[in-house]
Design a protein around this ligand. Structure first.
Ligand SMILES: Cc1cc2nc3c(=O)[nH]c(=O)nc-3n(C[C@H](O)[C@H](O)[C@H](O)COP(=O)(O)O)c2cc1C
Length: 189
């Protein structure tokens, strides 16, 4: 990789690392896509809980009862994109999702969560069921073990990254594929 390629790649990786610790960062809530069993593309906003550039791993949480969990277990392929307007930087990741439910990793994350962040997991009904009225939080709380069983930790391991930095002199677009070694390629925007 050339110094300019390394600089742009590091800019993208550092942006995710910073965003994982800062709720106000534009990269904190990227969009994650997959396809369902019929090939229908699905896209949703998620919150980055952890990002590790050295292992190319991004962690987020979800309701274990959501249909996307079964979709990831059947086909782990996923795509993620984030855009930082002030920095004029778009990053796209391709990778695979590993689902953790009621295991050591999810227990560790559950123990470090604030009570407020656990409220959704106390909802007794499945995610995405039809309602006659808009949703209101469940009144009572389930016991902690029951709520914990509703929480999924999703680990997105990416092997491809594409960075687009918008700039007046010409947009810089770099794709890096991580195999045995990192293969970097500049692309026309
Ligand atoms: C700001 C914001 C952050 C969100 N963070 C998450 C998240 O971290 N995990 C998650 O599963 N859903 C999150 N959601 C909700 C999803 O975008 C989506 O509406 C929900 O997960 C249902 O999507 P599904 O049908 O793909 O399961 C968030 C929504 C918003 C608006």
């Amino acid at each position: 990789m050339s110094p300019a390629q390394t600089e742009l790649l590091n800019t993208a990786l550092e942006a995710f690392e910073r965003a994982s610790k800062d709720r106000r960062d534009p990269f904190h809530m990227p969009m994650l896509a997959n396809t369902d069993e019929r090939g229908q593309p699905l896209l949703r906003t998620i919150v980055i809980r952890e990002f590790d550039a050295s292992t190319r791993r991004l962690v987020f949480h979800s309701d274990a009862r959501a249909p996307k969990i079964a979709q990831f277990q059947r086909d782990p392929r996923a795509a993620l994109t984030a855009y930082d307007h002030p920095r004029q930087l778009q990053v796209r990741l391709l990778g695979r999702i590993t689902v953790h439910i009621s295991d050591e990793q999810s227990a560790r994350r559950w123990a470090s969560m604030q009570p407020m962040s656990k409220i959704g997991y106390h909802e007794p009904r499945d995610s995405g069921i039809p309602l006659n009225e808009p949703f209101a939080n469940a009144v009572g709380l389930l016991d902690d073990a029951c709520a914990f069983a509703h929480m999924a930790v999703l680990e997105f391991s990416f092997d491809s990254i594409e960075v687009l930095r918008l700039q007046h002199q010409g947009h810089a677009r770099l794709r890096v594929h991580f195999a045995e070694t990192a293969q970097a390629q500049w692309l026309t925007p």
